[in-house]
Design a protein around this ligand. Sequence first.
Ligand code: ATP
Ligand code: MG
Length: 413
Amino acid sequence: MSEQFIAAQKVLEALEKAGYEAYLVGGCVRDSLLNKEPADYDVTTNALPGEVQKIFPRTVPTGLQHGTVSVIQNKTVVEVTTFRVDGTYEDCRRPRDVKFVSNLKDDLMRRDFTINALAMDRDGNVIDYVDGRIDLKRGLIRTVGKAEERFKEDALRMMRACRFAAQLSFQIEESTKVAINTCKCFANHLAVERIVAEFTRIWKTNQPSKGLIPLVETGLLGELPPFYETSITPNIQQREWENLDRFETHLEKWVYFFYLVFRDNENHKQVCKANIIDVLPKFKFSNSEKKTIFNMINLIASWNPNIKEKEGKLLLLKHHFKRVQLAEKLWRIISWRESSLPLEKWWTEMPVHHFSELAINGNDLLRVTERTPGPWIRETLQYLFYQVAFGHIKNQKQVLEKEGGKYGAGITP
Ligand code: ATP
Ligand code: MG
């Protein structure tokens, strides 16, 4: 028994002793019935938030307006939420207000999917008004109530359906899937941060393709911000999505995902740069992540497994060993072909990999040539850099001053 489970049981016990009803609810019940270790335990109760705060000595008012109090039990946090129903929804995402209610059934009926609408009492009895256990057995994601209504209330649920499909390796039930197709345009309103959070959860699963396939099949992907502002019409085979499951890091998965979404449908060696430049900044990655993703997409799209030494070394100098190595790995996975270029050998053979490693700098050039500064300095350093990298001259100050002086003299300032 995990510490978290013990803490949650103690919370149930204390609430019951104080005369209230209390149950484990949502993801923790679903995961326990699937014999998975729940990520956290949520409790639902008819005690009002103020009453919960009175019962437990250590609490944090996490979301009082939604009825949530975090109870700290030993070192574990258990979220306790008062039975509630949601008021009118705004912006296809959030209820304007919530209303506390006194019975469990109402609380369970407001939940998104039948497998998430299960409660469990302290003795392990499951309370199930929506055949959630049957859906758990069948491996189905189905909304509580009419799917169209539930998706119009909160468009994030459509994305959550795809995420749960990946997390649990479940299928989205047919009429729920049809409703996603019908309601997909309501997803335009969602915040990009929410979308990224859901993708990140999908990347964490063993089979991201299980979430991506319904996302594409239902047409939801093209309606998600920021994609709906561009005209993406990706033509992606199932096998290509399944490739996603073979990548390791989130960055690799993002790169591959964007490559599939933005590649030219006719010529797979080309990607639509304008769309990438338009969309990528909206995802709020760090600048270095953006640069890596952008360069990697272009690198894998134009990958040549038979590249010769000179071009290979130029590629390495331009993009750095790590990125080129990663691009080769992604290309292998994507194309199901071999590419085993001696990248590491080429890289280590080169005595310098960056301008800063040259034994000369711009000031040295100004001194030996007695010229005024100008673009010729960068050009000369670039020339020297490639000469050294390719082993034509030695990386020694005197040699570089002489060669740089000669070369620089030939460039008009
Ligand atoms: P995870 O294991 O990923 O945390 P979870 O099912 O616990 O999965 P949460 O987002 O933590 O998911 O939400 C807890 C519970 O709250 C869900 O199981 C579901 O019952 C309910 N819920 C969450 N988001 C929604 C929503 N958008 N609409 C309706 N019910 C929701
Ligand atoms: Mg949860």
